[in-house]
Write a protein that binds this ligand. Structure first.
Ligand code: HDL
Ligand code: ZN
Length: 413
């Protein structure tokens, strides 16, 4: 039995080190998806988080930068964020964590040498290496049928690598139906600009067919801070009349990622999105109105986190997940994880990586596992100090839950 701190710390750290992680939201792809799978030092350096940070120091015109070849963009970012300034931001430190975990010498600051290392690896070898080092067992992709690069791959058979699961991403239908309905028509669905009964049933057919084609674990969408359901909009109709009924029928969760202010600075492209506080009453309405539907929710604003955790106390069909995007920083992850354990116990999913470049699984999980471990040690120690005791297996059970089983239990609920 574990009864004191030193033992506790050792067991928690060992358990976190060996747990096999399910990463429930990423933008990485199996090898079959070819160019959609990004990896290597130049992709890491041109990650949109680092592009935003680069422009903090640069007077270069946005287009001048974006018209450069990726290798030149990477060199500018390396020189500005790593050489001319110390790489202390979370995304900057992340690049160093990856290089270090790969066994490369970050002291050398030898970008040429790093490039040489990656040029000697095949995609297959590197996927295996990254999964091994990061402790990730499986990832869930972001699969968008409206992505012209992705759709043909699914039409020709799709994913075969069981480490990569699918999620059906439907922003185009939910947020831009007035545009995306034309693609649905081209693909043989009898929809129309007006969301009449026929269009509603054809959208439901499309969603059902694509969940089955991709074997999607859930449907997902990112939503603005202004998101509400009780309004007369295409968005609310598509969600209530198409997405929620099909998710119920297939018994899969609907994942809503809420609080993105799209293209606040459109000169920055993908790096131009920002954040806004959202209205929690919409989540209360959906969880209450659809008790037999399962909702996975993450919100982008720090100010929404406490009320989201409280809402999860009210609705067992709501699964809170991740420290998303602008929240994926050590100080905020610690704060959110402490608050969530104090409010929800172990009934939530503390993190997902949102990795856009395969290698990022290494840094995002190395950094988060350390923080989650430290919070758990504190919380377990609080109860040890009152005379509680635990077995190593109980701690391993709790950590397996947080790092994967809570997700699978919710999927299979
Ligand atoms: O909509 C999303 O899934 C977000 O995660 C965006 O992809 C965002 O650009 C991102 O990469 N965040 O980490
Ligand atoms: Zn994402």
């Amino acid at each position: 039995m574990i009864t004191h701190y030193a033992q506790l710390k050792e067991v928690v750290e060992k358990s976190m080190q060996k747990v096999k992680i399910t990463d429930l939201h990423t933008h990485i792809y199996s090898e079959k998806f070819d160019k959609l799978l990004l990896w290597g030092i130049d992709e890491l350096l041109t990650y949109h988080y680092l592009i935003a940070e680069y422009f903090r120091y640069s007077n270069l015109h946005y287009n001048e930068f974006f018209n450069l070849p990726k290798s030149k963009q990477a060199e500018l970012i390396w020189d500005t964020l790593f050489i001319k300034n110390s790489p202390v931001s979370e995304a900057q430190r992340g690049v160093l964590t990856i290089l270090n975990k790969l066994g490369l010498d970050v002291k050398s600051r030898d970008l040429k040498g790093y490039r040489n290392y990656f040029s000697n690896l095949t995609t297959k070898e590197y996927i295996n290496k990254v999964f091994e080092i990061s402790g990730v067992k499986e990832v869930v992709m972001t699969n968008d049928p409206f992505d012209p690069l992705e759709k043909p791959i699914w039409d020709e058979g799709g994913n075969e690598d069981q480490r990569f699961k699918a999620a059906l991403r439907i922003d185009s239908i939910i947020n831009q139906y007035e545009k995306s309905y034309k693609s649905l028509m081209e693909w043989g669905y009898e929809v129309s600009e007006n969301l009449n009964e026929k269009a509603i049933s054809e959208i439901k057919r499309f969603l059902t067919e694509w969940v089955q084609k991709t074997n999607a674990l859930y449907m997902a969408v990112s939503l603005p801070p202004s998101f509400k359901i009780l309004e007369d909009s295409n968005r609310s109709k598509v969600i209530e009349k198409c997405v929620i009924p099909v998710c119920r029928q297939l018994n899969i969760p609907f994942a809503m990622m809420i609080g993105v202010k799209k293209l606040v600075n459109d000169d920055l492209g993908l790096a131009g999105d920002s954040v806004g506080k959202s209205d929690i009453t919409t989540i209360e309405y959906l969880c209450k109105t659809y008790p037999n539907n399962k909702f996975m929710i993450t919100m982008l604003s720090r100010e929404n986190q406490h009320e989201l955790a409280i809402t999860a106390r009210k609705f067992r069909n709501l699964m809170v997940f991740g420290c998303w995007w602008f929240l994926n920083n050590p100080s905020i992850i610690e704060d959110m994880t402490r608050m969530r354990i104090e409010t929800l116990g172990l009934s939530f999913i503390p993190q997902h990586s949102d990795a856009r470049v395969l290698d990022q699984l290494i840094y995002k999980w190395t950094h988060s596992k350390k923080i989650i471990s430290n919070v758990l040690i504190d919380k377990y120690n609080d109860i040890l100090n009152i005379g509680w005791s635990m077995t190593e297996e109980e701690i391993e059970r709790d950590i397996r839950g947080l790092m994967g089983n809570n997700f699978w239990d919710f999927i299979n609920k």
